[in-house]
Write a new protein. Structure first.
Length: 352
């Protein structure tokens, strides 16, 4: 960026994106639903495949910097929205720099400790513009994001879970655990979740994006706190059921300590079907290594195929995990797997 002012760089990149958009006018419209690291992994892959990408992000986080800003200012929790924007940054110097900046957290002995720069930027624009969607678009333009980010609801939400064995001393008893941060690490077995307030309003732009999509991708991510909440917002769930888009479900690489401890891949599907029996999918992507001696052990593949079939989907086994053995998706491998599924199950419009 030497020799160019930030203003000129932003103007030039905006012009480049406008020209690129003209060339990608026929690209498929893809909507990805989720939150946290799982959605970030999916977006990092999907931005390699299309120029028409929308992230619809959960807004129930109540921990860390997001929880503090939410409590103090009454705003939507910005953390998962920030992570999605960072994942949409490009691999060039501009994208890498801004991705690192908005993810940067302050370390101090004062009130700024633990706050992420991106959280403060997003909240400042919300206060300045008074419009959640417009503010996120401004941040996306600054970052050169390859897609847009929308909240799933326009009000802050709380997650409440029914948990069996929350108290290890009473393994058979059922308790209620409230708050995303608590549900994510709860002992015991999460049986179901609900959102508070009940029947929250969806962001109209999120509903419109789902209805207008060619593909909708759900998961990976924390199953009860990032994936299922989208199905608890009535207008968004109805759009997901009614859309003519094809639907792809991406499973996690491993059970999540606390939230899905001991879950099999099949159990993940059963929980999803229990919460949203109307949901039908076209394909379910599972990492081959995770179910053949990996984090899930030697999974019951016939049972998993039957569970997928009950949701109307084809089970797709592929290699999508990072090579270092950690439960992280490799963006290039995940992008290749997504591309194969999109092509196999019918491609709407040209990719490039």
């Amino acid at each position: 960026m030497t020799g160019h002012s930030p203003g000129r760089q932003l103007h030039r990149r905006s012009a480049d994106r406008a020209q690129g958009g003209a060339h990608r006018a026929a690209a498929p419209k893809i909507v990805a639903l989720g939150g946290g690291q799982g959605l970030s992994a999916s977006l990092s892959a999907l931005r390699r495949l299309t120029g028409d990408l929308t992230a619809v992000v959960t807004v129930a986080d109540d921990g860390g910097s997001s929880g503090r800003l939410r409590k103090e200012l009454g705003v939507l929790p910005p953390g998962d929205l920030r992570k999605a924007l960072a994942a949409l940054c490009g691999d060039d110097e501009w994208g890498r720099t801004w991705s690192e900046v908005i993810q940067h957290r302050f370390t101090s002995d004062g009130e700024l400790h633990g706050h992420a720069v991106g959280n403060l930027l997003i909240v400042a624009l919300w206060e300045k513009l008074g419009d959640h969607v417009a503010a996120l678009e401004w941040v996306g333009r600054l970052l050169g994001a390859h897609g847009r980010v929308l909240p799933m609801s326009v009000v802050p939400l709380d997650i409440e879970a029914t948990v069996r064995g929350h108290d290890p001393a009473r393994p058979a008893e059922v308790d209620t655990v409230r708050g995303q941060a608590h549900v994510a690490v709860t002992p015991g077995t999460v049986q179901s979740i609900r959102l508070l307030p009940e029947d929250p309003p969806a962001a109209p732009e999120a509903v419109a994006a789902v209805l207008d999509a060619d593909w909708v991708v759900l998961g990976p991510g924390s199953w009860f706190t990032s994936v299922l909440p989208h199905l608890m917002v009535p207008e968004l769930a109805e759009a997901l059921f009614a859309t003519k888009a094809r639907r792809l479900l991406t499973l996690n690489l491993a059970p999540q300590p606390g939230e899905t401890e001991g879950f099999t891949p099949q159990r993940h599907l059963e929980v999803l079907a229990h919460h949203a029996p109307q949901l039908e999918v076209d394909a379910i992507l599972v990492d081959e290594g995770a179910v053949t001696g990996g984090a899930f052990g030697d999974a019951d593949l016939p049972g998993l195929e039957k569970a997928a079939g009950r949701m109307g989907g084809e089970l797709v086994l592929d290699r999508v995990a990072a090579a270092d053995g950690t439960p992280r998706h490799d963006p290039e491998l995940l992008a290749a797997a997504y591309d194969r599924i999109f092509r196999t199950h019918g491609r709407i419009g040209a990719w490039r």
